[in-house]
Design a protein around this ligand. Sequence first.
Ligand code: APR
Length: 237
Amino acid sequence: MTKIVVLTGAGVSAESGIPTFRASDGLWEGHRVEEVATPEGFRANPELVLDFYNQRRRKLLSPDVKPNAAHVALANWEASLPPSDFLLITQNVDNLHVRAGSKNVVPMHGELLKARCVDTGEVFPWLDDITLETPHPKRPDQLGRLRPHIVWFGEMPLEMEKIGEALIDCDCFVSIGTSGKVYPAAGFVQMTPTECWRVEINLNSSDNSQAFDDSFVGHATEQVPRFVDAWKKRYGS
Ligand code: APR
């Protein structure tokens, strides 16, 4: 048992104080998904969309948001393995996995702490608000040409080739804190080889629980360290 692929979603960061997306009212912090997470929404009301992500960026940078025991357990697990044997794919746009020490991370839905030029696609590290008056970092006479480096609905997730190659070749696939409602990530479990050990870790069962061999039910901060211990016992690492 060597090659491991981990997929994380909003549930892994919930106990760090970042709300998950699909609350029972169907809104994201008071907004419809189409308003704040589609290219059409951005075209219709760029100020609203920029402000939505500005608020989330400020929250991520606030001292009360920190990696939790689940992020740390994943980083320690990776550190105990050869680098080529572990890939962490995250749907989260926070940087909590990297802050916890994870190295081989693919943020498939983008990164909140990066900005992208709408004209050229150039990507820049970004800690400040983005507004319609923000100058381009390389061409300061151009204002308002930046957007959050976030993959919106209808856009192609990042690094899909690398993800696909890892999935078809993995021995263990662990899906943590994701509702299994958003594709392509929800379909990753189906791309793993037949003999792969597929494990789900979630507070409740997700939409595609039946595709997994085992499930660890409960809070990620408890269940992820518990699962990593179980993996180490089973495979003697
Ligand atoms: N521990 C474990 N699981 C948890 C916890 C927790 N503490 N809290 C919540 N969960 C689970 C919920 O049961 C739910 O299944 O996390 C999941 C969160 O689901 P979503 O809010 O739908 O988030 P996610 O699956 O990451 O969304 C996928 O959709 O909205 C888009 O681009 C956005 O990346 C996001 C994608």
